[in-house]
Design a protein around this ligand. Structure first.
Ligand SMILES: C[S@@+](CC[C@H](N)C(=O)[O-])C[C@H]1O[C@@H](n2cnc3c(N)ncnc32)[C@H](O)[C@@H]1O
Length: 279
């Protein structure tokens, strides 16, 4: 027994568990994640009042409520860290290049729609940062901006929908933008996003390992700091799915520490962590 009162997961259990997580959400856990897995699973077991992994795995693999437990488990093992205007070069590029390109094409009817997807949006800071960048750089009254923000985790999505953030998460938001798009609480330790900004964002649960249920394509897809958990094969499959849902000339943004080297795809490299679909 260890200090949390649980035996360590044995090799066979660990291998089966890694396989299960990989099949369900593409996250590739390997042996050096073993301690992390152990401590995160221990929390789930405590929450469920279980005292051994056998019972937990039985519930996970065969239980009646296993879909619910899969969501809780994936919440526990995935990393949801994010903040407003994280990796700000993407927002600079949006303002300097993407938005002027979109604005310069006069569109009619459904073509006037601008469709952006934040895939793996976590608690929502990324799609709200995208919405602020658009609001600052284009007259939204003339265009129909729709931001789809998806994640695997229901917990982060419910936080995102509330749109309330600790000041710490807003460290990259200037005083002027804070004033314009947020309302602070009495001691200004928490801020709520204005409804006008939230109204162009739709939050939905989507596992990126599944087929994408969209009828139309996107002008820009953000999938940042998500693929880092996936192996090359899974990344390759995903990037090709993203490409097939991008408009010609549309952009894919990935995290700065991620790379598509050795990933087969048909996108054109623009600059680090930024790719474009051929026009
Ligand atoms: C570190 S956050 C990234 C948030 C934001 N994109 C950013 O760059 O700040 C990674 C998110 O990816 C989500 N995620 C991991 N695997 C996923 C999958 N298979 N499908 C959908 N979302 C997934 C996690 O739930 C988590 O919220």
């Amino acid at each position: 027994m260890n200090m949390v009162g649980l035996d360590k997961i044995n090799d066979k259990e660990f291998a089966r568990f890694c396989d299960f997580v990989y099949q369900r959400c593409g996250i590739n856990l390997n042996d050096n994640k073993r301690d992390l897995v152990h401590s995160r699973l221990a929390k789930r077991l405590r929450a469920l009042g279980l005292d051994n992994y056998g019972e937990y795995f039985e519930l996970l693999y065969n239980g009646r409520d296993n879909e619910l437990e899969i969501v809780n488990l994936l919440d526990a093992i995935s990393t949801n860290v994010t903040y407003f205007f994280r990796e700000d070069k993407h927002f600079d590029f949006l303002a300097s290049t993407v938005i002027p390109e979109l604005a310069s094409t006069k569109k009619r009817g459904s073509e006037s729609e601008i469709r952006i997807w934040s895939a793996g949006c976590s608690t929502g800071e990324e799609p709200y940062s995208i919405a602020i960048t658009f609001a600052e750089n284009i007259a939204l009254e003339n265009r129909d901006l729709r931001i789809l923000a998806t994640d695997l985790s229901t917990n982060v999505l419910s936080h995102a929908r509330k749109g309330v953030y600790d000041k710490e998460r807003l460290r990259n938001v200037s005083g002027a933008l804070l004033k314009k798009y947020f309302t602070g609480n009495r001691d200004r330790s928490r801020f709520r996003v204005h409804e006008k900004l939230a109204s162009c964002i739709k939050f939905a649960r989507l596992n990126l390992m599944h087929d994408f249920p969209f009828k139309s394509r996107f002008n820009c897809i953000f999938c940042r700091n998500v693929m880092i958990y996936f192996d090359r094969q899974t990344q390759s499959r995903l990037v090709n799915k993203f490409s097939s849902f991008l408009n010609p000339g549309g952009y894919l943004m990935i995290g700065h520490s991620e790379s598509l080297t050795n990933v087969k795809h048909d996108l054109v490299y623009v600059q680090p962590s930024l790719y474009r679909k051929k026009s």
